[in-house]
Design a protein around this ligand. Sequence first.
Ligand SMILES: NC(=O)c1ccc[n+]([C@@H]2O[C@H](COP(=O)([O-])OP(=O)(O)OC[C@H]3O[C@@H](n4cnc5c(N)ncnc54)[C@H](OP(=O)(O)O)[C@@H]3O)[C@@H](O)[C@H]2O)c1
Length: 309
Amino acid sequence: MISKSSKIYVAGHRGMVGSATVRKLQKEGFNNLIFKTSEELDLRNQSLVDQFIADETPEIIIDAAAIVGGIWANNEYPFKFLMDNMQIQNNLINAAVKNKVENFIFLGSSCIYPRDAQQPLKEDYLLTSSLESTNQWYALAKITGVKLIEAARKIYGYNYVSLMPTNLYGPNDNFDPMTSHVLPGMITKFHNAKVKNENTVTLWGDGTPLREFLNVNDLAKAIFFCINNNLHDSLYNVGSDDEVSIKQLAEIVKDIIGYQGKIIWDSSFPNGTPRKKLDSSRLNKLGWTTEIKLIDGIRSTYEFFLTQI
Ligand SMILES: NC(=O)c1ccc[n+]([C@@H]2O[C@H](COP(=O)([O-])OP(=O)(O)OC[C@H]3O[C@@H](n4cnc5c(N)ncnc54)[C@H](OP(=O)(O)O)[C@@H]3O)[C@@H](O)[C@H]2O)c1
């Protein structure tokens, strides 16, 4: 049984998901959390990871460590997105199994599903056809993690779960317009254009793709829900009902920031998957639901952004 003194290792605690998870656990009174920065423990190194897990023997591991980025970053660093992500997650899962850690939450992403799968995406659609080419490196790495979690659960009977969140945003996001995801990238672009009095903002693609957005604090609630319940499946989608086109998203962000100029869509950049909507009913049926509406979440994320510049 999990208690407030259970030792929980949150890997990637300085990142957007890791820090939201730590805030949630601390708010709920969990007082035995352990962390390491990537400088202190490089999760790509299996022997260091084995030693750390053997020394610390956590009851629960939450793996929020990964190399994360949008279309540009995936395209620019395919080897890193595939290799580092496989090493980080698989070293951790391997060390957890070797050291009989019974609870593991692995974070993947909705891009593990085939590009042309039926929408909304159900967990069962995994590996039914080809991946979207722009993020195949990252997706393939994450799929190996999903399968290791499934196999560890099957063979050892441990409470190992993979959570596949949709597009996330919130405090501690990466706001660098080159390497970020679409929403934080827009916040930076509109904000910079506003303060520099620029007449136009150029956004990538043609604005038609549909995307679902989940506030990272709602994901932290889902993680908390999963460590407190014995789940029967190994894979759960974590989405929201906040689905908008990239064009609509741009208008919302522009409005919240108060930018008065014009948006130019640069179609020489790829759009990515036309639609990516998760079916989260598997987790919803067990009792987890979202609380934060997209507009409120973007407002508070912009407030966070303003504290960082
Ligand atoms: N962002 C999204 O929209 C999104 C959507 C769906 C799923 N997810 C998933 O959620 C998880 C977390 O994403 P995020 O957005 O929170 O990422 P993030 O903000 O970039 O944080 C990633 C963390 O990973 C750690 N890390 C990277 N390489 C490492 C290494 N070699 N050794 C140890 N730690 C390492 C970093 O630690 P240091 O800070 O110590 O360097 C960093 O804190 C990922 O698995 C991602 O796939 C994210």
